[in-house]
Design a protein. Sequence first.
Length: 108
Amino acid sequence: MRVLTLQAFNNDNKMFRIPFQPGKNILQLANEGIADPRRDGIPFLCNKGVCRSCTVHITDPCGLLAEPTKNEQRALGVGRTTIASGYRLACTSFFKDDSTLTVTDEIE
């Protein structure tokens, strides 16, 4: 099973492991089934990629995420939380469609 591992930047650095589900954003998947996502999940305010409250650090992207949106690039373009350093906005970060993934499992 393909899994994305990430750390919630604005919520005590909680760790999440999210199973691959094409077409869904990682905020929806991480907070699914959590009664109080702002306290126990990934916090969010605007849900549009502007406020940066849902910033997460992707510890192992595995090529599963779609390219950053323009809002995400603008919001995370400078400072210590840049996309190049592995940071993304959970509300605008979507898993790639299954048809765009390249599986590179090594066979011994």
